[in-house]
Write a protein that binds this ligand. Structure first.
Ligand code: SF4
Length: 751
């Protein structure tokens, strides 16, 4: 990316932070908190997710067969099925069906994907969105910024201003009730006038041709029942075998998306419906006859039309391929098709919470999984626009009701984007890089992906290297050519690495007296930059009777993986395994300080190493505070550690540490050692490895970090010692707070 492109991207993000950030943050955090609360009440949450995943895996595996089955079912019910190759094909078919008539629509991202409104309007039809949020966007002529709550970026005040300006009501609209009532009355008229109702479908049951629609408003039912022709548009991936398969999804979808135990409306239609519709004339009829139909102020009030038999109602199911069948054949993108579009991955993403889908989204889809959808249906260029906003923090992983490895999809697509690009400064590095990547990769990515090599060099020439890197001219060149933001402090490399320090010092616990033997993994930051936390770990473990070794194991692969450099990450993983395998084979434990590296061993290595190597390393590796907890539980003496004596601590866990459910161990150890601890509850500190260093993302990173800072600046937390487990979190807190943060192991180190 050129310096100009970086500046333009930063400018766009700044604009969205200023204009939409507050509303997006407020709304998505409500959804996110709601999901945590609502899923906590589900005793069988994990089982339901497994069940949902298995149904989707099976359905996508059997998709061709299910397509045939649903076609048979719908046709035997009296409807028509059309499988559209792409958006143009789908729109051509729908235009023929609509034939210039008025259309009312319920919310459907798939119809957004094919831009059906534009196509129908160009063909002379009137098209009305009847979902309140979609209606707001239609009036405002804006694109959705969220897959479930499309107008999440708009405040009530903005919507009121918009309606008052466009519709000029007698009395200005102000409250949510007034706005909703106005929209309901206005859209009720459109529903009565329309002859075609268009819906999406959350699921399509092949066996019976039943559509399941999960909505928070009753408008979908009205659109279906009050019109003569029903057109349902859905991606082919929405097919499940039978109605019975809907059960886990109904339990999960509302909880995962907006945190509701059950969504307001779960509608099952097996069209064509046969309930009566409004005629085009006559007098005296009231009510739509549908269960989502009118109340006194709904469609039908004071209307003079009569109910007619619905026997001749038409139904068209338009199933969209648009790249999905190719995604099905793609081992890495295939999982995207399991997505039920609940939005949990967006709501649990710190970056999304701050900037929303107008930045963290492509042509149609937004949020964590949007990279997979956009790459699959619109192509890699659309995904490339926002793919880097996924920092791989992994907070979405446990939130996805179908257990999609969303960060992995983002990484793979990033890798593909890297391989398709032509770097403008390629000539500078041709043949000189220590990685496994081809030419063309962005120089900024190459720099951060090779942090280990950079740190090795920086350490070898420290302190000179630190002075040069901090000099004005060097910072200016780095900002211009590499996009390293000049407002970020750079890491200070230590001359003596942790591995060298330990080689000189040796172990202080003999093999015979050792409770356990441990290989301490020296991640690049601990080895070359924050060596103090490595030394503190050695001393703490030894004080608990553990014999420690510190093998030179190299970069875990986290740094290159975060840049989409999968081949380099794989070769790093192989080297790390080779360095640690003697300890593992000897039955020793591997202790890891940096949570993102432990997450590599426990999650990503499954994709990078042979199965037996992955299992062995995962089975033997522990986060340092988790390990200390285990030692204390197994008889080690807490008095051997530095006593907290009631010291007040504000602790921020790490995103990947929380995904691995390891935060409670740090908390337990600190409390057992006598510290008084409060914790943060933000999803991520915003620094996320290299992300906060990148000039195009610096301001977003700081904006996210400020939420954490706010939590540590309350009356109860402002005077507490700040403690954080991750390198990035420490860097971010160091930059944004006046108190210097420390890794928790340093609190336990009596020296
Ligand atoms: S990827 Fe998972 S969490 Fe994200 S929208 Fe799809 S189903 Fe929901």
């Amino acid at each position: 990316m050129s310096a100009d492109d970086r500046r333009a991207k930063a400018e766009r993000i700044r604009h969205l932070l200023d204009t939409e950030g507050d509303s997006v943050q407020q709304n998505t955090r409500v959804f996110n908190d709601g999901r945590y609360e609502s899923t906590a009440d589900l005793e069988d949450y994990e089982e339901l997710k497994d069940e949902a995943r298995a149904i989707k895996e099976d359905a996508i595996e059997r998709l061709p067969e299910l397509l045939d089955r649903v076609t048979e079912s719908v046709e035997s019910n009296g409807g028509t099925v059309y499988v559209a190759d792409d958006a143009d094909d789908a729109n051509r078919y729908i235009e023929e069906v609509v034939d210039g008539r008025n259309v009312v629509k319920s919310k459907s991202m798939t119809t957004e994907e094919i831009d059906v409104n534009d196509a129908l309007e160009a063909d002379g039809a009137g098209v009305w969105e009847t979902d309140l949020a979609e209606f707001v966007l239609q009036v405002a002529d804006e694109a959705p910024s969220h897959i479930v709550a499309p107008a999440v970026h708009k405040s009530r005040e903005e919507i009121a201003d918009l309606f008052n300006e466009v519709f000029e009501p007698d009395e200005p609209l102000e409250t949510a009730e007034e706005l909703t009532r106005f929209a309901r009355e206005y859209l009720g008229e459109r529903i009565l006038d329309a002859e075609v109702g268009m819906t999406g479908a959350n699921f399509v049951a092949a066996e019976t041709g039943t559509l399941a629609l999960v909505t928070s408003e009753g408008n979908a039912r009205k659109c279906v029942q009050a019109t003569d022709t029903h057109v349902a548009v859905a991606g082919v991936e929405k097919i499940v075998p039978s109605v019975e398969d809907l059960q886990p999804f109904v339990e999960l979808i509302g909880r995962s998306g907006t945190g509701q135990d059950i969504t307001s409306y779960v509608s099952l239609f097996t069209p064509p419906g046969d309930s009566p519709t409004f005629g085009r004339g006559g007098g005296g009829g009231k009510g739509s006859g549908s269960d989502g139909g009118s109340g006194p102020d709904g469609p039908g009030a004071d209307d003079d039309r009569e109910l007619e038999s619905g026997d001749d109602r038409e139904f068209h199911l338009v199933l969209i391929d648009n790249g999905r069948m190719e995604m099905r054949e793609d081992d890495d993108l295939r999982e995207t098709l399991y997505c039920i579009r609940c939005s949990a991955c967006a709501n649990s993403c710190a970056n999304f919470q701050h900037v929303g889908g107008h930045a963290f989204g492509g042509e149609t889809y937004s949020g964590g999984i949007a990279t997979g959808w956009e790459a699959g249906v619109h192509g890699q260029n659309s995904a490339a626009e926002f793919n880097d906003l996924c920092t791989g923090c992994s907070r979405c992983v446990n939130q996805c009701p179908v257990k999609i490895d969303i960060p992995w999809i983002n990484t793979v697509v990033r890798d593909r984007i890297n391989r398709g690009s032509e770097g403008e400064f390629d000539f500078l590095v041709e043949g000189l890089t220590p990685d496994e990547e081809p030419g063309g990769i962005d120089l900024q990515k190459r720099l951060f992906g090779n942090f280990d090599a950079l740190a090795r060099l920086g350490s070898a020439f420290a302190p000179l290297s630190n002075r040069i890197a901090r000099s004005g001219p060097a910072r200016s060149v780095m900002e211009r050519t590499l996009g390293v933001d000049g407002r970020r402090d750079l890491p200070t490399f230590e001359r003596e690495s942790l591995v060298d320090w330990f080689a000189d010092r040796g172990s202080r616990v003999g093999p015979d007296e050792a409770r356990r033997t441990v290989a301490l993994y020296p991640d690049a930051y601990t080895n070359y930059v924050r060596t103090e936390r490595g030394k503190a770990t050695v001393r703490v473990l030894e004080s608990l009777g553990v014999r420690v070794e510190v093998p030179a194991a190299g970069e875990s692969g986290r740094a290159p993986l975060s840049q989409g450099m999968v081949a380099t990450a794989r070769s790093n993983a192989e080297a790390v395994y080779e360095a640690l395998s003697p300890a593992v084979a000897a039955g020793h434990d591997v202790v890891v300080i940096e949570p993102s590296d432990l997450a590599m061993f426990h999650r990503e290595y499954e994709r990078l190493l042979p199965e037996d190597a992955y299992d062995a390393l995962k089975g033997h590796s522990y986060e340092v505070m988790e390990y200390v907890y285990g030692l204390l539980e197994n008889g080690a003496d807490v008095d051997a550690l530095s006593a907290g004596d009631g010291e007040r601590v504000a602790y921020h866990s790490h995103c990947q540490q929380r995904t691995l459910d390891l935060e409670p161990y740090t908390l337990a150890v600190l409390e057992e050692s006598g510290f008084d601890v409060v914790t943060s509850d933000v999803e991520c500190c915003g620094m996320a490895g290299s992300f906060g260093y990148k000039s195009e993302y610096y301001e977003l990173s700081v904006d996210v970090g400020e939420t954490l800072v706010d939590q540590f600046s309350t009356d109860d937390a402002a005077d507490r010692t700040v403690v954080a487990s991750g390198t990035s979190c420490l860097e971010q807190l160091d930059a944004l707070l006046t108190r210097r943060p420390a890794h928790p192991v340093r609190l336990l180190d009596g020296r």
